[in-house]
Every structure is written in C-alpha cells, then in structure tokens.
Design a protein around this ligand. Sequence first.
Ligand code: A5A
Length: 430
Amino acid sequence: VKKYPVVARWREDVYLVGASIYDFQPWVTEGLMPPPANPLTISQPCIRLTDVDSVGRTGRHLTEFEMMAHHAFGKPGQIPYWNDETVEYCFEFFTKDLGIRPEKINFIEEMWSGGGNAGEDFEVVVDGIELATLVFMHYKVAPDGGLIPLENLTVDTGYGLERISWVSKGTPTIYDAAMGRVVEKLRELSGYRVADERAFVEASKLAGSMDVKVAGLRKLREKVAEALGMPVDELERMMRPMESIYALADYTRALVFMLGDGIVPSNTGAGYLARLLIRKALRHRDELGLSLRLSDVVAMQIEEVSKDFGEYLDVADSILRMVEVEEDRFRRMLERGRGVVLRLVEEASRRGAGITEAELIQLYDSHGLTPEFVASLASELRVKVEVPDDFFSKVAKLHERPSEGAAADEFDWIRRELEELPPTRPIYYE
Ligand code: A5A
C-alpha cells in the first residue's frame, strides 16, 4: 500500500508517525477497521525526534527514515502467520536477495513497544548494526504501562532502508549512504577537510556502535578517543564539523517531509516539533559558518527527496517560504532574547550558581532560546552552563503527545465564562 503522511492525523495520542505500524493503530490493530490489504507491505517515512541528539554523532540514527515492512493482521482465534514464517522471510531476504552471509546475521530476542502496543521481537543484527526488527504484537499498553493481552495478533516488521543501504555500501556513516550528495555539497561549501581520513572513518565506525542516549556524548567520545589512541580534544575538533554537516543534512530532509505533509511551524503540537528542528538546523549552519540561508539547504533536499516522492515538488514553494519566515523570526527573537538571558545569568552569578536544566528548558520553551545560545552568553560573564547531551530529546519527549494541561489552559476562558452562568437545564425532557 502507498505510504501515509508523516503527520498522524488519524490518531489523538501522537503527532508524528514513528513506525510503519502507526499507520494502522489503533483502528486496525484492535479490529475496529479492516486493513487496506492483508497481509500488506509498505515503505513508510517515519520521524523519530527522540533520536534527534544521536543524529550526526552515532552514524546510524536519522530523524527521518524509511521503514519497510510487512504486516499481517489476525482476528480473534485466527493467526495470519507468526514467528516461524516471519523469521524465514527475513532470513531469505537478507541471505538470498541481498547476499549477506548467514553466519553474519544474529537474531536477538527483545521486547518492542510503541504507539500503544507491544510484543516480543527479534532484532536482526548484522555486523553489530540493527537492520530490522520483527515484532509479534499481542499486547495493548495501558496508561500505567501495564500490558493487556489482545485477542488480535499482529505481525509488525520494520526494515530500516537506509541502514541496509549503508551496510551494503560500506560508507563511514548512514548519512553518506542516504544523503551523500547533500553531505558532499555542504562539506564543499563549509570548506571542511578531514586531516586524517583513516582516523575519521575509524571514529565513525566506533561511534556507530554506541548510543548517546545511554552513554552520554562525553563517554562516547572518551571511548572512541581511547580506542584510537588520540586525545579527546583532537577527536572533538575532527568530528564536530562533520557531525554538524550530517545533522544539518538530516534535519533539512526531515523538514521536507514534515512541512510537505502539512505541518506549519508554531508554538504548539506538531508545529512546535518542526520549529525545534528548524532552530537546531540553524545552529548547525552557524557553527559551520555557512553563509547560505537554511531554505537553500532545504531546497537541495527537496531536489533529492522528490526523485522518490514527486509530490513534494508541488509544495516546494510553501515549504521554502515557511523556512524563510522561521529563520527571520528566529533572528529577531535572539536579538530580543539577549536581555532576558543576561538578566538571568547575572542573577545566577550573584547566587554563585549556574543555570539549571529546568531554567534552560523554560528559556527554550517560552522564549525559544537554545541552550547553546544561553551557554555562549553566559560564558561571556564567566557563568558555567551545563547543557545536557540529550537536551532536545528531553524537550521533544515533553512535547511528543498532546498534554492535558495544554488543553485545559486553552479552554480556560470558556470555563470562566461558564462559571457565571446558571446550571444547564435539559429542556428537551419538558
Ligand atoms: N514497529 C517495530 C517494527 C519498530 O518500529 N521497530 S524499530 O523501532 O526497531 O525500528 C525498525 C527498524 O527501523 C530498526 O531495526 C532500524 O533498522 C530502523 N530504524 C529505527 N530507528 C531508526 C533511526 N532513527 N534511523 C534510521 N533507522 C532507524
């Protein structure tokens, strides 16, 4: 079946499609609606902002990626096919179709949970990289996190297209494999040269097998530096510009899908997430000292993405216009934000303390000021600001789903007006 938009308009619990199975939850997986085909295959663009701080640093995480999948939906008392067949299809695909040697493939038992369902799974790992996940879904996840058995069994597979392409091409990172042309162009424009290509490739490979969210960026760097016998600072100088290039390419690609599927940057909901990506992208552009507009990079990505998805060419103008407006707005806001930050920093310095994580989140949420911006102003006044490595993953997590608090505030004025009115009298009985 055809791909669905990355904006999950048919769901109330999340804004963005984070896995191909999201297309069919909860209506099809709970048996309320028939599937469009059964079994079916799909290649679904997915957005995972919870991986956003790993992007560019681990070499294997994209914000937007293509999840290829086959799904089969059972009815109570009837299973379509289950783990034996699913593993067989997978093994055949990787060994026969792609020619991967059988002894390189490991099936690791795990548990997957997402979009309100869960089940045992096999992670399919080749050369240390997880290429696919085969989930046997038969639970509903309760609000308290408990698992409720479902009568409808669902086969939920996910094959990472870009990961497979990366492993078969053998490029240093997934970005070189999936968006090599844009990465190359940005590398040229920024004038960045890797001093030691061999060390760079080694470092990329090592980082590719680690996790920023688990280890933290500092730990990841230390481990890679130790393995290469290189001082951490030198590694940092070598990797940082390239990481910014990867992140800039990745975020702008995700923006093509998000804005192209109808998200308008704003302060709430999915619009907030788009704005977050735009601002992070702008910071990477500035770090690279690139003198082009963000919309120029987005335009490069539209050209690439539209080779597979021509529909984004039709909305290219509005995508680019939104990015331009956002860039201008952000610049004006930073000018105003200077004063706010300076006052806070002075206060912190009088207290003899730093700026807290809660204050950083507050500055970002209500003034749109990124922690890097705050840190650079603070360092002028010799106040130290610790920016958590996973700052934006935390912020994205806070905004992943509609919060009850937000809805309550939005309708507060109605509640106040109603308070002044007499109670409703159901006159239809009379
Ligand atoms: N619903 C299940 C199948 C699921 O979503 N599983 S998963 O989370 O493991 O993702 C399936 C596959 O998508 C992974 O095995 C991996 O190959 C790919 N993938 C996941 N997150 C990714 C990311 N941030 N960047 C690139 N590929 C990713």
